[in-house]
Ligand binder design. Structure first.
Ligand SMILES: *Cc1c(COP(=O)(O)O)cnc(C)c1O
Length: 387
């Protein structure tokens, strides 16, 4: 058994990131400034976006994007039950109604073929989530959006570096929202980015993110800025700080290397679990893509075991292997169970995955020995708890 606990994820922070943060602290310019602008430009260039707006989180990005849509009571927004709470919470906080569509059983992405049946005259937008870093079936989603005049908002929190049919997520004709939370593929501590080709929308989100002050307001205390700012609309306090961007500008050039390492480990797991009947491995979508492997999420076939998924995770922990839960389906949480009135059997694939999923350790600093320890522990827990 492993001596040291292996967490399911931990960020990879180098001296470049640390020195850049120290430089910000010493410079006297801590909050939004030149480093945020540099990270915005670098990220925009990396994903191939026309506009990018740096923010304090992806949740802030979802909030401002949905506010900019001017949703009204009764409007519906389609999304997936296999996501983090904020995807759905922001729809509710903007006064609209989330409508959950079931997932595909293999990729755990929203089932594009099942969306049409949930579209009503009140539907305004679709929020696909690129689950675990694998792109959703965007051609099918864009076709529906065009047919019914819907806005597509990609929750790209897992998808920095993901490619769909040769195009980076962030460059498509939609709105995509990235997260730089410490568990995500690159981190700024906390942070997010909204990418879009829509100039009007980018401008509005820029205004809303910082008190409704005009775009260059951060310069107001610098040599070239004007201290006499103007408020153009009532806004929020969702700006990214320079000490956050200081991390991001050194994380971004490492992203492709991080993904290569994540892919190596995920493929090692896939090979090692090929003959383990009690574990269903994550499936690849059929179309051309680059999977960013943010998460490795097999399903435990609990009907073949004498323990449930939570006990499985507890057994792994006893062997010093951490794991994560991404996700308990949205409609299994007490608030959404009440608020969304989903009936048992409405979302069978999400129900199935929700009770069986777990996230095994996957992060770039992991060694192949660490990955072998995970495989050994998983096989050990299965062997001791077979029915
Ligand atoms: C992490 C995450 C978010 C929220 O991102 P924050 O930057 O923490 O606000 C939203 N959606 C998904 C799918 C996520 O994984």
């Amino acid at each position: 058994m492993r001596k040291e606990f292996l967490p399911f994820s931990t960020p990879t922070i180098g001296d470049d990131e640390i020195n850049e943060v120290v430089d910000s602290l010493k410079s006297g310019w801590i909050t939004t400034g030149p480093k945020v602008k540099r990270f915005e430009d670098d990220f925009k260039a990396y994903v191939g976006a026309k506009y990018a707006v740096p923010l304090s989180s992806a949740t802030a990005g979802l909030h401002l994007t949905l506010l900019a849509l001017r949703l009204k009571e009764g409007d519906e927004v389609i999304t997936t039950p296999m996501t983090f709470a904020s995807t759905v919470s922001m729809v509710i906080l903007c006064g609209a109604t989330p409508v959950l569509v079931d997932i595909e059983p293999g990729t755990l992405n929203i089932d594009a073929a099942a969306i049409r049946a949930k579209i009503t005259p009140n539907t305004r937008a679709i929020i696909p989530v690129h689950f675990a870093g694998q792109p959703c079936d965007m051609d099918a989603i864009f076709a529906l959006a065009k047919e019914f005049n819907l806005t597509v908002i990609e929750d790209a929190a897992h998808a920095a570096g993901t490619e769909y049919k040769g195009e980076k997520i962030g460059s498509l004709d939609s709105i995509s929202i990235f997260s730089f939370h410490p568990n995500k593929n690159i981190t700024t501590g906390e942070g997010g980015m909204v990418c879009t080709p829509d100039e009007t929308l980018a401008e509005e989100i820029s205004l809303l993110k910082f008190h409704g002050m005009s775009r260059e307001a951060w310069k107001r205390f610098s040599a070239t800025g004007n201290p006499n700012y103007e408020i153009l609309l009532p806004g929020f306090k969702y700006n990214m700080m320079d000490i956050q961007a200081a991390l991001g500008i050194h994380q971004l050039p490492k992203l492709d290397g991080f993904i290569a390492k994540r892919t190596e480990i995920a493929e090692f797991y896939n090979a090692a679990f090929a003959d383990v009947a009690e574990l269903a491995r994550p499936a690849y979508a059929g179309y051309e893509q680059r999977h960013a492997w943010h998460l490795y999420t097999p399903l435990v076939r609990v009907e073949q075991l004498s323990i449930d998924r939570d006990q499985f995770m507890a057994e792994l922990k006893k062997l010093n292997i951490g794991s994560g839960l991404h996700y308990k389906a949205i409609h299994h949480h007490p608030y959404y169970r009440e608020a969304l009135s989903i009936k048992t059997g409405d979302l069978p694939n999400a129900d199935y995955a929700s009770d069986r999923i777990l996230s095994l350790p996957l992060f770039p600093k992991m060694t192949m020995d660490d990955a072998s320890d995970v495989v050994e522990a998983v096989k050990d827990v299965i062997a001791r708890n077979r029915k």
